[in-house]
Design a protein around this ligand. Structure first.
Ligand code: CAA
Length: 446
């Protein structure tokens, strides 16, 4: 039986920051650095009553309501996040607690947990759900996987430009409506110090290095994946959704991936063929000469029509949501998949798209990349058309720079500031304050 993703719901933070028009002028930077360089228009932020729990619980509630599911039909709730505020009690218990306020029945029978490995943990939580179902331990129940983050950086950090906040809830079941997951996976994993939060809320980031590590681990994951399934032919992939910290990163990842899967034309492999082994730096005389040769090759490849066409069809459509919400860390690759499927629906594809392949590349700093493929299932279009993300995006409150600085402080756990909410809660879970043991508390507002 096929196992995979049966339903998706997305919840964006209810505030937005306009990067070219509000943020760039205050930073004294050219707006095109954001729109053209990083590839971003706006980022999402949580209102003062929103956080990882409310966004996750609101996404999960929409999903359960739309699918008509009761708590006893969910056997597992896993949350993936790198924004947790509790080192012991998992965010999934807070979310289950929220949901129990509004449903008859409870989640006492459900196995709950929290997955951590930076942004790749959303995909790892889906793997756990897949394995649980494949092992026959689910007793007919579905798994709820929620990737939720407030991706905020220290004010003034270069990463500030790529912030974002939101949650993606996914239902993993047998006979799924959206995609079937492949059994084969490729990994590239190594102890790296590129982006981390050693007991601190905002990350320590070596931005330039993190980009190199992303590309290296992704290449290894692709090699590992191909060692199981054989070479990936570019025209067998309908879309390649990759982890998207910002679209400019995926512009580079797309080129690297294409170079890899069309490697028979790469200079490294031509050289490997002629010398009978993988080339080393000294084949070029120096590291600089080697890097220059690779960079010249990449520039030439980037300029070819075949690459431009492949990129326009396979990668560019995965970036639609990311451009207007920023980085959602654990949810980001799942937004990329959703953007791809939305593109297919907009192109009017329906049954013809069933059976097509997505090549999904996840990445978590620290660092690990994972590649697997997914096969589109009958029912995908109805599920994707049920999303209300366009309405959510259109109703975000547009922050001034001054308001943005206040919102940033509200979500800094080290600070206690009193700021009025910008939007009015309406049929959703809200953060209400702190309880007797310093736990965060929540209510449902009708
Ligand atoms: N017009 C057009 N393009 C412009 C421009 C202009 N006026 N000004 C700059 N650009 C381009 C630059 O050329 C650059 O593009 P290329 O890399 O293709 O050359 C791009 O805009 C960004 O400019 P900078 O490199 O100068 O930007 P920066 O140094 O201020 O910051 C960053 C970039 C280092 C990625 C920073 O945003 C950062 O630290 N981000 C957080 C870390 C991150 O996201 N890393 C990604 C990999 S790690 C990961 O994926 C995990 C995760 O989620 C965090």
């Amino acid at each position: 039986t096929a196992v995979g993703i049966d339903a998706i719901e997305i919840r964006t933070g209810k505030l937005q920051l306009d990067l070219p028009n509000t943020f760039a002028p205050k930073k004294g930077e050219d707006p095109e650095k954001y729109t053209k360089g990083l590839g971003l228009e706006t980022s999402s932020f949580p209102d003062v009553y929103e956080d990882i729990v409310t966004m996750g619980a609101n996404a999960a509630k929409s999903l359960l309501d739309r699918k008509g599911l009761a708590p006893d039909e969910i056997g597992r709730i896993d949350v993936a996040t790198e924004s947790a505020f509790d080192h012991s009690k998992p965010v999934s218990t807070y979310i289950a607690g929220c949901l129990e306020q509004v449903y008859d029945g409870d989640f006492r029978h459900a196995n709950k947990g929290e997955r951590k490995f930076a942004c790749v943990s959303g995909t790892q939580a889906i793997d756990d759900a897949y394995n649980w179902i494949r092992a026959g331990r689910n007793r007919g129940r579905a798994a709820l996987v929620i990737a939720t983050d407030t991706a905020l950086y220290e004010r003034g950090d270069p990463g500030e430009a790529t912030q974002g906040a939101g949650a993606v809830a996914m239902l993993v079941t047998e006979d799924p409506s959206i995609v079937e997951l492949s059994t084969e996976q490729g990994y590239g994993s190594m102890d790296e110090t590129d982006f981390l939060k050693p007991n601190q809320q905002f990350p320590s980031v070596d931005g330039k290095r993190s980009m190199q590590v992303y590309l290296s681990r992704m290449r290894e994951a692709l090699e590992d994946y191909e060692s199981i399934v054989g070479p990936v032919e570019p025209d067998t992939v309908a879309y390649a959704p990759f982890h998207t910290p910002f679209p400019g990163m995926v512009r580079k990842a797309g080129l690297f991936a294409y170079r890899h899967i069309t490697r028979n034309t790469s200079i490294e492999d031509e050289l490997a063929d002629s010398i009978g082994r993988q080339p080393r730096e000294d084949d070029y005389g120096s590291r600089e000469a080697y890097e220059e040769a690779i960079s010249e090759y990449m520039d030439a490849l980037k300029g070819t029509d075949r690459y431009q066409d492949w990129y326009a069809e396979t990668i560019e459509p995965t970036l639609g949501l990311s451009r207007v919400v920023g980085n959602w860390y654990t949810g980001s690759v799942h937004l990329a998949r959703t953007s791809a499927l939305r593109d297919a629906a907009e192109r009017g594809l329906d049954d013809a798209f069933v059976g097509e392949r997505l090549l999904v590349g996840s990445y978590g700093s620290g660092a690990q990349a994972e590649i697997h493929s997914e096969t589109v299932r009958p029912g995908w279009r109805e599920e994707i058309e049920a999303l209300d993300i366009d309405e959510q995006l259109a109703s975000r409150y547009d922050l001034s720079f001054e308001e943005y600085t206040q919102v940033h402080e509200v979500h800094d756990y080290d600070k206690s500031v009193d700021v009025e909410e910008f939007t009015v809660p309406d049929g959703e879970f809200v953060f209400t304050g702190w309880g007797r043991m310093n736990e965060r508390t929540y209510d449902y507002v009708e």
